[in-house]
Write a new protein. Structure first.
Length: 133
């Protein structure tokens, strides 16, 4: 947990390589002790850093792993926010259909827990123009 906190501090200071290194270490430790919530959280922290580094394929890879963890442990709030992150990441690389898919699912999950973030997400979703299946 301290490694994750150091990673957050490094991120706030703009030191992305150090933040990434600390979150990778925290992920390794969380996996060692089999702490699923911490694993998912560290995966998302890593995904966000890769997004800031504009390494979107890696960002999507780590966020997808986090999504699996949050779904497995039943954390609907984190699942919904991870789906939103994945939707926005896909939109950033011009993969609009995939982005719409994730945003639509994020809306569904966040609605199921009465999240206050749903309305903002609906606005974002309405602004994209792919076939919304």
């Amino acid at each position: 947990n301290d490694l994750g906190n150091i990673g957050v501090l490094q991120l706030k200071l703009g030191n992305l390589p150090a933040a990434l290194e600390n979150h990778m270490s925290a992920l390794s430790y969380a996996r060692k002790i089999k702490f699923s919530l911490a694993i998912g959280t560290q995966l998302m922290n890593i995904a966000k850093i890769y997004g800031l580094l504009l390494k979107m394929k890696l960002s999507i890879k780590y966020a997808s792993e986090a999504l699996e963890v949050f779904q497995k442990i039943g954390d609907k709030e984190k699942e919904g926010h991870t789906l939103k992150f994945l939707g926005m990441a896909h939109l950033a690389i011009k993969n609009e259909e995939e982005g719409a898919y994730y945003l639509k699912n994020a809306i569904s999950v966040l609605e199921s827990i009465d999240s206050p973030d749903v309305e903002d997400l609906r606005v974002k979703f309405s602004q994209i123009r792919p076939i919304q299946k």
